[in-house]
Design a protein around this ligand. Structure first.
Ligand code: ZN
Length: 345
């Protein structure tokens, strides 16, 4: 399968992450993408991304937010005593907040938590990550059955106008908007261990994009405020969001059962294209993971989705999300892609 990748992901290399009241080293490091790339280079065709214009980003993200991401680090660095990365320290109170002009206020307005520090080249890396996913989508638009986007930084926690959880631009949402004019209806299945709250928010009121997420139960896990079973969309989008939170410790069989149920929802929606937010942090040895999925479990996830796509001759854009350094990280991706291709053909 074609895998799109750029080594320029390493331009984003943040050093700080607020966790439980301490500033720690983040888990979302360049080494992740190096490990993932090394795991696929022998069995797949690795392609470089092509540059896409800002219009593809603007279908998902607000102009104010894109300008903020592009200019924020320069403005921040001009503050007296500024640290090397933007970490907001003031956040809008809930409801009726005004977007301020000051960079410290805008940082709180556009950054949802302490896990998305912006460094001097974060914008460049995020744009390249979006180019990676758009080039992957182009492969499918050009007639490939499927292609994989090895993008970093990840995207599924990024909202229309807010970064969060290691994410800045919502790659899978950008890809969905890019292919929708061709396919009409898109289904996004997210099996990262964290709920894809940004993606859910982007398509919350839409009936042409189905969003289904399988994740660790947010009752005691990030992102806490989203991903609960009762969240189903609103307005025209009511019923086009489905959340399947899983209890701590869920292993392969429980995970696969949830995936089977998710794919029944996708089948009922009858999309023209499938997009997958593929995170591997549900792995039993992932440092952030609370679920107990094995490498073989991710092969079965790939088989399930590949068989689904084969039965319906459904094109698919597969997109990397999370998954953190552990011995199995690269193996998990390789197993997922092999499982998918085996069944899809
Ligand atoms: Zn995750």
């Amino acid at each position: 399968m074609d895998v799109v990748f750029s080594p320029d992901h390493a331009l984003h290399d943040s050093k700080s992450f607020i966790v439980r009241g301490t500033i720690a080293a983040p888990a979302e490091v360049p080494r992740r993408a190096e490990v993932l790339q090394a795991a696929v280079v022998d069995d797949h065709t690795v392609l470089a991304p092509t540059a896409h214009d800002r219009g593809a980003l603007a279908r998902v993200h607000s102009p104010d937010y894109l300008t903020f991401l592009e200019t924020a680090h320069q403005r921040w660095s001009e503050l007296p005593g500024a640290g090397p990365e933007i970490l907001p320290n003031v956040f809008p109170a809930r409801g009726n907040a005004t977007r301020p002009d000051h960079i410290v206020g805008q940082a709180g307005f556009h950054m949802g938590d302490g896990a998305c520090p912006i460094g001097s080249r974060t914008w460049d890396a995020a744009r390249i990550s979006a180019d990676v996913v758009l080039t992957t989508a182009d492969r499918v638009l050009d007639g490939e059955n499927h292609a994989f986007s090895l993008c970093r930084p990840p995207g599924h926690h990024a909202f229309r106008d807010m970064a969060a959880g290691f994410c800045f631009l919502n790659n899978v949402a950008i890809a969905a908007e890019h292919v929708l004019p061709t396919y009409g209806r898109a289904a996004i299945v997210d099996f990262d261990v964290h709920h894809g709250n940004g993606t859910q928010s982007v398509f919350w009121e839409r009936d042409d994009v189905l969003f289904v997420s399988i994740h660790g139960d947010p009752v005691n896990f990030y992102p806490f405020f989203w991903g609960h079973r009762h969240e189903r969309g609103a307005g025209q989008g009511m019923g086009y969001t489905r959340n399947i939170p899983l209890p701590n410790g869920t292993a392969d069989d429980g995970f696969l059962e949830a995936l089977g149920s998710a794919m029944e929802t996708v089948a009922a929606f009858d999309p023209g294209v499938l997009l997958v937010s593929a995170g591997f942090d549900a792995q039993e040895n992932d440092p952030l993971g609370i679920l107990k999925v094995t490498t073989d479990g991710f092969a079965r996830v790939g088989e399930c989705m590949g068989a689904f796509a084969a039965e319906r001759d459904l094109p698919a854009v597969l997109v990397q999300e999370g998954g953190y350094l552990c011995d199995e990280l690269g193996l998990n991706l390789a197993a997922f892609l092999a499982g998918y291709e085996t069944r899809r053909g």
